[in-house]
Design a protein around this ligand. Structure first.
Ligand code: KET
Length: 400
């Protein structure tokens, strides 16, 4: 009778909890700018053409569903590697990268965090201030003490770069530094290439363990520019982790498709790491889901489907950029004398609006516009039908 009486209630997730609240809101003009999900101009979650074609291949004739290997399909692993490191990269020819399929980008972070905690038990983990809340959750869940490194500068809508470098210089060898190669979540403010070079120099000099989490490849500048930091780190001879997600750029959120790659010293080391990742995966969930794995494998390894996919990602990217411009123009028209340039300068799915938690509470209560309490909006939730409504509401809560 008293078995579970000590179990405490869960306050809910700051991002995923918004989906339920938006769903339950009866107002017809409600808007969902909470979770980082791309909606098209009709407010619909797209099923990409390349995905539909791959799914047609899978369905006809129907395929049996054996367990996949613990680390996923070989073509899936190659797809992750080619996208991140470049198809002809020497590091791939040298077989220095251990890569496993994972249950989304979240699963990659979890498998990577467990691995690092097992093999570097003294290491602490440092995340940007601010970061995606679940970075902290996942690393703490794997037993890490998680600290923050200086990053966003609200005064300039830029980066506290000197403080960031000074802070990294105080860390211990093997401490984990979680980095966002592009489309920083939640701020949308990314390092320039010159700044990346400097950050990676400190990572190298201090023997820190970089963990690059990329969930938005293709949504920033383009497929290659968005992985500048990853390829630069390889060029500099760093050994490091990369977690990637296909949730957003293939619009396959619920299929849970991600990957974890570890750049190692040589092929033998990569084999050992690959084995330990399999060991971890076996003990957590055994093997990855099959449907999404096959979709990724087919799309990424067929030249025509791959090219179609890249173009479809760029359509999503460009629509978001268009919405940024419209939101900025609209706010500047409504609040003369104030600059909203930051909205068009930020990259990726999110804009960090600077709205206070009180202003966010008000915009949810009075207008039914759902956004994260830290003031992050998912720009991909804006469309031609709701952008005026959102701009009006934002101007209303910002005016006093
Ligand atoms: N990393 C980052 C930086 C990220 O924004 C997300 C998801 C993930 C990893 C996880 O990806 P997945 O493949 O879904 O496991 N972010 C959005 C959704 C979420 O909170 O779960 C978001 O920030 O809204």
């Amino acid at each position: 009778l008293f078995m579970f009486s000590h179990v405490e209630p869960y306050a809910g997730d700051p991002i995923l909890g918004l989906m339920d609240k938006h769903k339950q809101d009866p107002r017809a003009d409600k808007v969902n700018l909470g979770v980082g999900v791309y909606f098209d101009n009709d407010g619909k979650l797209p099923v990409l053409n390349c995905v539909q074609k791959a799914e047609a291949q899978i369905a006809n004739p129907p395929k049996p569903r054996p367990y996949l290997p613990m680390d996923g399909l070989p073509g899936y692993r190659a797809a992750c590697q080619n996208l991140l490191f470049g198809k002809d990269a020497q590091v791939l020819k040298d077989k220095r990268v251990a890569t496993t399929a994972t249950i989304g980008g979240s699963g990659a972070l979890k498998v990577g965090a467990d691995f690092i905690h097992a093999w570097f038990p003294q290491a602490k983990c440092y995340v940007s201030d601010p970061t995606w809340a679940n970075h902290i959750g996942i690393f703490e869940g794997s037993g890490f003490a998680v600290g923050k490194y200086p990053y966003y500068d609200a005064a300039t809508n830029g980066i506290k770069f000197d403080e960031l470098i000074a802070f990294l210089n105080t860390l211990q060898a093997h401490d984990v530094v979680l980095l966002h190669p592009c489309c920083h979540n939640p701020t949308g403010v990314d390092l320039t290439q010159a700044q990346w070079d400097k950050v990676l120099e400190v990572v190298k000099a201090k023997n820190l363990l970089a963990f690059m989490d990329i969930a938005y490849q293709g949504f920033g500048e383009d497929m290659d520019a968005d992985v500048y930091a990853i390829r630069k780190a390889v060029d500099m001879g760093l050994l490091f982790f990369v977690s990637n997600s296909f949730s957003k750029n293939l619009s396959l959120y619920g299929e849970r498709v991600g990957g974890l790659s570890v750049v190692c010293k040589d092929e033998a080391q990569a084999k050992a790491v690959q084995g330990q990742l399999q060991f971890n995966i076996r003990r957590i969930y055994s093997s990855p889901p099959s449907h999404g794995g096959h979709v990724v494998d087919i799309v990424m390894n067929d030249e025509a489907l791959f090219n179609e996919w890249v173009q479809e990602v760029y359509v999503m990217r460009d629509r978001i950029k268009d919405m940024r411009q419209k939101l900025r123009d609209s706010l500047e028209a409504k609040l003369p004398g104030r600059s909203f340039e930051y909205i068009t300068k930020q990259n990726g799915m999110f804009s960090y609006t600077g709205l206070t938690p009180e202003q966010v509470a008000r915009i949810i209560k009075d207008f039914g516009i759902y956004m994260v309490a830290n003031g992050r909006i998912s720009v991909a939730g804006l469309n031609a039908s709701n952008i005026d409504y959102v701009a009006n509401a934002m101007a209303e809560v910002l005016k006093d």
